[in-house]
Design a protein around this ligand. Sequence first.
Ligand SMILES: Nc1ncnc2c1ncn2[C@@H]1O[C@H](COP(=O)(O)OP(=O)(O)OP(=O)(O)O)[C@@H](O)[C@H]1O
Length: 223
Amino acid sequence: MVELENVHKYFYKGTEREVHALDGISLSIEEGEFSVITGQSGCGKTTLLNVIGALDSVNSGSIMIDGEDITKLNQDQRADLRLHQIGFVFQAYNLVPVLSVAENIGFVMKLQGYGDEEIQRRIKEVAQILEIDHKLTAMPNQLSGGQQQRVAVARAVATKPKLVLADEPTANLDSKNSQRLMEMMLNLNQIENTTILFASHDEYVVEMSRRQIILSDGHVEKM
Ligand SMILES: Nc1ncnc2c1ncn2[C@@H]1O[C@H](COP(=O)(O)OP(=O)(O)OP(=O)(O)O)[C@@H](O)[C@H]1O
């Protein structure tokens, strides 16, 4: 479902190429995968996730998502792709503080124009899988970090996106919560066949992922 072909990404300082962050990455991700991009700090994990998620552009190469080359899309088309086809989970949970847990989970569905009944049904469904169904009326600041991250995951998957990208989702969690989050995400992957791609160097994330894609200096070292 995702095919990268010889992707290069540079970061510039003025007109000088400062960093060759992705140095010819070719890679494919199949539907239903539960995989991690891992490797040492600075090897390009976040950059790779960001270009797959159309959050950042590439200098050359192609990135096909379900047969469409997303490097050819304009700004509006990229925003549309992010809204409709990709779910994002970041290390900072990025919940909306003035909305309840249920409203946070339903937020992206609402933007997509789903009806209220469908939204309520889906909120209950994902909240159950992620074991936050007893917290639906709470506000984010009344939750633990682990619970907040599970709400962020619920929001990312509520719309049944083709692909969920999670950048260091356990970075702010202790080991117990990291393990729980991973178990629940694996559960979700199995129940709903959601394709999930992590970028992480956390041992729990790496151990529980079914495939490890190891980067080194912007190259794929092993996959
Ligand atoms: N906006 C930017 N401007 C300039 N250089 C950048 C920028 N973003 C990333 N880089 C550089 O690109 C390289 C890859 O960074 P990236 O954040 O993808 O690595 P990472 O593997 O996710 O690292 P970490 O595990 O520390 O988060 C690094 O050398 C980094 O300094």
